[in-house]
Design a protein around this ligand. Structure first.
Ligand code: GAL
Length: 681
């Protein structure tokens, strides 16, 4: 699986939910639908260890032997996402706690913490047993560790977490003096005089506004704890597993450095894709998402940045919902196929559906799988058959890379600091959304690239244009990477609120944008949020009014080379610079004083003439998504996806064949609702 040679389909299966008499026919029916892989066991601790220290392998031996007999490949999971009742009752210190210090009891899942020595011992023991006993089984092709770490919560407040945080801070800062300086504890008399006084966030008066520098450190600590928790399982698996078996986990969730996790502990990352969150009712209110299920592409692009080789461990296949929340509609005819191709178009070579048959009991009895409770074939299984047949037609695309000449930079320091700091965090999401949507509508594929002091996660030189929307926290190392990129001819675009914080989230005494001053050739003279009562704000750029949303930095060119491209209009700083251009080496830096809304990004696309690879070849309506995968021999697979219930007309300026229908597309062509084309010249 994910060997670059084949695109494969799989399904999540829960043999423990069904009578054994169903297993064989289930596996045979899966095969008849093109499913060659099943993922099992991620919540089945009791079946491995029904009571403390007593292991029993009869159940999984029987299932795995049957899978081998049927020729089904198995992804076997460690069951640590759901510690059993016998464990949590006897050892309550393994439970997570809320911010008030109250334990989170048994009954849901992920009720454990990741630092209690007692829990980690139980985890070690069960994983060691499973790895030793099962890794030689011929049906097992790879391992999934735990399930969706940091999904149900990314906040941890158990006693063991406080203790482990204290140790983490001791190791990182060495002395209380260093720690007090870095954490800015002189403010509001928060100075620590003993290590025992140090805690993760706890309930504070009012709005739970804890020390912001401690909060940033808390998130770094949680990420380390999560990586350590997954890492300890990976280490055991590596000791026992066959060399041909892979190790992965399914994500992708917040407060975890997924890039580091993947680099250090996994062979690749997998993503759980549920596009119908775009349509769900939460508290009887639909959360509006303007690009609806197409917005899942944002997460797929993010996953690709973490792991260029990746798969989908759970792809939505039916209406979703718990009994208590998330009332989602059924996928419309065509959407199961559309979403499968959405994942493949963005680089996935493995798509595994959630789940084979809808569970008839428990919290997820409305999270529908391919089959309903009645177990009869239905329109979803019919669509799966068609999808499988279509996937077979594009097997040549396996292992190919997604084409992108634009990069949007992100980094964990700013993401985590911004979860607390409302003066830059929400702006970042608004700008990433603006870039994503405008580029999507303009059919310009892009990559997310992660930035840290060891360098960007992909060479910036691969990209014509690099956008770092709000590099609020910046370091010398990161500045140097940006400088090299622009000096070598790159185009860098920066937004407001750049460069004013150090690595602890404090604001050094220097003109903004701090370390970025040389690159941008400017200072920030004044700044303001734009209040809701303010007039709509614009800048005048090339005689056009371009929105400058949410926050305005009033810029001042300092370097002689720095040129004012646009000025503000509509507020007390009318006529002040809003957009600057500074040549650096063979490249150029654009400094923009505001947040990147969709319309603003469109203005950048027009003015900088950022091209779509479709230009001159295909005319595409906004509603159709474009993604291109390029094989090593240069063969291009152009994916076109229609997310709407309406037909969409495209125009091809030369004859191109659609690998799925076999049709030759030339001149105008009508894509049917929810249809997919995979074109090849
Ligand atoms: C995923 C999870 C699955 C199942 C699914 C539907 O997040 O990994 O176990 O819960 O969502 O809710």
């Amino acid at each position: 699986m994910l060997d670059g040679k084949k695109i494969e389909l799989g399904v999540c299966y829960y043999p423990e939910h069904w009578d054994k008499s169903l297993w064989k026919s289930d596996l045979e029916r899966m095969k008849a639908h093109g499913i060659s892989v099943v993922r099992v066991a991620e919540f089945a601790w009791n079946l491995f260890e029904p009571e403390e220290g007593r292991f029993d392998d009869a159940f999984w031996d029987e299932f795995l032997d049957l899978a081998a007999e049927c020729g089904t490949q198995v992804i076997f999971c460690t069951p640590t996402a759901t510690p059993p009742a016998w464990l949590t009752e006897k050892y309550p210190e393994v439970l997570n706690c809320d911010i008030y210090g109250h334990p989170v009891y048994h009954g849901l899942r992920k009720h454990h913490n990741m630092t209690s020595p007692v829990y980690l011992d139980f985890v070690r023991r069960v994983v060691e047993h499973i790895a030793e006993h099962y890794s030689c089984h011929p049906a097992i092709i790879g391992w999934q560790i735990d399930n969706e770490v940091n999904c149900e919560t990314a906040a941890y407040h158990a006693e063991s977490d406080h203790t482990a945080f204290r140790e983490y801070m001791k190791k990182k800062y060495g002395t209380l003096e260093n720690l007090n300086r870095a954490m800015g504890t002189v403010f509001w008399n928060q100075t620590y005089t003993d290590w025992e006084e140090i805690h993760l966030s706890r309930n504070t008066l009012g709005a739970n506004s804890n020390n912001p520098h401690m909060m940033l450190e808390e998130r770094r600590f949680i990420s380390e704890a999560a990586i350590g928790y997954i890492g300890l399982q990976a280490e055991i698996l590596r000791k026992y597993k066959r060399p041909d078996q892979f190790i992965t986990t399914n994500g992708v969730f917040s407060v975890i450095d997924n890039h580091k996790l993947t680099r250090d502990e996994l062979d690749f990352m997998t993503y759980d894709s549920y596009p119908n969150f775009a349509f769900g009712l939460e508290n009887n209110k639909l959360q509006p998402r303007s690009l609806r299920d197409r917005e899942t592409s944002f997460n797929l692009i993010k996953t690709r940045s973490i792991s260029s080789r990746f798969g989908i461990m759970e792809q939505q296949s039916g209406p979703g919902g718990w009994n208590t929340r998330m009332c989602q509609p059924a996928p419309k005819p065509g959407q199961l196929r559309l979403w499968t191709f959405q994942s493949i178009a963005h680089g996935a070579d493995f798509v595994s559906y959630f789940r084979w048959r809808t569970c008839a009991l428990g919290t997820e009895m409305y999270w529908h799988g391919l089959l309903n409770y009645d177990n009869r074939d239905n329109r979803r299984t019919a669509e799966l058959k068609r999808t499988y047949a279509d996937v077979e037609k594009i097997q040549g695309a396996a292992g190919s890379r997604v084409l992108a000449k634009v990069a949007v930079l992100c980094d964990y320091d700013n993401e985590w600091d911004g979860m607390e700091d409302k003066w830059h965090g929400p702006l970042r999401w608004q700008s990433m959304d603006g870039w994503f949507k405008a580029l999507e509508r303009a059919h310009i594929p892009f990559d997310f690239v992660n930035m840290d002091d060891n360098g960007p996660s992909a060479p910036l030189e691969n990209y014509d244009v690099v956008v770092y929307p709000h590099a609020t926290i910046i370091t010398e190392a990161r500045t140097a990477y940006l400088k090299t990129y622009t000096e070598n001819g790159g185009t860098l675009i920066l937004g407001c609120r750049s460069g004013y914080k150090d690595i602890h989230g404090q604001c050094p005494m220097a003109p903004m944008p701090g370390l970025l001053a040389e690159l941008t050739g400017c200072t920030v003279e004044d700044f303001t949020f734009i209040g809701p009562a303010d007039e709509p704000e614009y800048m005048i750029w090339n005689d056009k009014r371009v929105p400058v949303p949410t926050f305005n930095d009033i810029l001042q060119p300092v370097a002689e080379s720095c040129e004012v491209l646009a000025t503000y209009a509509g507020n007390y700083y009318d006529g002040a610079p809003a957009l600057l251009k500074n040549p650096v080496g063979k490249g150029v830096v654009y400094t923009f004083g505001a947040v990147f809304g969709e319309e603003t990004v469109q203005a950048f696309i027009d003015a900088l003439q950022i091209a779509s690879p479709a230009d001159g070849v295909l005319d595409l309506p906004e509603a159709v998504e474009l993604s291109i995968r390029v094989a090593e021999d240069g063969t291009r697979y152009t994916f076109l996806l229609n997310y709407t219930a309406q037909p969409q007309v495209i125009t091809a300026h030369k004859a191109i064949s659609d690998l799925l229908s076999g049709a030759s597309v030339s001149g105008t062509y009508t894509m049917q609702p929810y249809d997919v084309l995979v074109l090849q010249d």
